[in-house]
Write a protein that binds this ligand. Structure first.
Ligand code: AVI
Length: 310
């Protein structure tokens, strides 16, 4: 199993120290995606209940021709938080010459880039390790129009309006005359969320409880998964699915010699999955300097993909 780098462990420790000092403890969702967490997430995407992946793939298949016609052949694709190549390979055509995947897991994107090269041998790929939620300085030599991708509804996983910063930074990263193709999960009957985030195979639970394993391995805490329970609910007021691990007893941990107590029954938030309407996302895009060109929905109207222009 690949090891997390020292600098990633330091970031994990630093951010947990900050977030565990607050009244309501949270773990930022980016820490889910270590090696094991990525495997658990992949399992979630394959459950019948997690409609996000299937809905997104349905739309991507429907629009790939239109997208390719729209941009011609002088363009560079830039993918934010690229992860697996399953989705980008639907949109790539032999016309596209450059692809820049941005991610916090360089080993993973290098491995995925090799797979992509087998399908598109002429494609130039430049995997870039970075925190893509910030402004990323891309090379000046990138040819043609820059078309960004942010798929999987990850735009919903920011706390405290972090999506506003992401969209502003993405605009700066891509520069003038650029586009952004972004996957957005829509508000719907809450019973659908309940099933998706509480699947019978417990994939969502394992994905969230993996944060305990990650703390034990990287921060030397001595916690047991059996002492926590995974809880996930749709919060109507926030329009978001909120996921937590609840401590079943009082427990003490130390991170960088700092003491933290989880009280019996205390909830530690592990994820927020904000949901949107076409109108609310369009407003968000406009308020962050993007122009909405078009949006598409899947047949069930569960999910949408937006095409934005800078
Ligand atoms: C990656 N992200 C958009 C997923 C979501 O739906 O918020 C992560 C996830 N968590 C539990 N299931 C899926």
């Amino acid at each position: 199993m690949p090891k997390t780098s020292i600098s990633e462990i330091k970031t994990f420790a630093r951010e947990l120290t900050i977030n565990f000092s607050k009244k309501k403890k949270i773990i930022p969702s980016k820490f889910h995606y270590d090696f094991l967490g990525s495997i658990y997430f992949d399992k979630i995407t394959k459950t019948k209940e997690y409609y996000v992946t299937n809905s997104e793939i349905e739309i991507l298949r429907k629009i790939s021709k239109q997208i390719n016609q729209l941009f011609g052949n002088k363009l560079t694709y830039v993918e934010f938080g690229s992860g697996a190549i399953d989705k980008i390979k639907i949109l790539l055509s032999s016309k596209v010459k450059f692809y820049i995947p941005l991610d916090i897991s360089l080993d993973f994107i290098k491995k995925e880039s090799k797979k992509l090269l087998k399908i598109f041998p002429k494609l130039k790929i430049s995997p870039t390790y970075c925190d893509y939620t910030n402004y990323v300085k891309l090379s000046n030599k990138i040819p043609g129009i820059k078309v960004g991708f942010f798929l999987g509804s990850s735009i919903g996983n920011f706390y405290n309006n972090g999506e506003i910063n992401f969209l502003k930074n993405a605009k700066k990263t891509l520069g003038k005359n650029s586009y952004l193709i972004i996957g957005v999960d829509l508000k719907k009957d809450k019973s659908i969320f309940k099933k998706a985030y509480n699947d019978p195979s417990n994939s969502a639970a394992k994905f969230n409880l993996n944060l305990i394993t990650r703390m034990n391995t990287e921060l030397n805490t001595n916690l047991a998964i059996k002492d926590f329970e995974y809880v996930s609910n749709y919060n109507n007021r926030k329009g978001a699915v909120e996921s937590f691990i609840q401590s079943k007893k009082k427990q003490t941990i130390f991170i960088n010699k700092k003491k933290f107590i989880f009280q019996k029954g205390e909830y530690i938030q592990t994820e927020i999955s904000n949901k949107f309407t076409i109108k609310s996302f369009s407003n968000l895009a406009n308020n962050t300097g993007w122009k909405v060109i078009k949006s598409w929905k899947d047949k069930r109207k569960y999910y949408s993909i937006f095409l934005l222009q800078s």
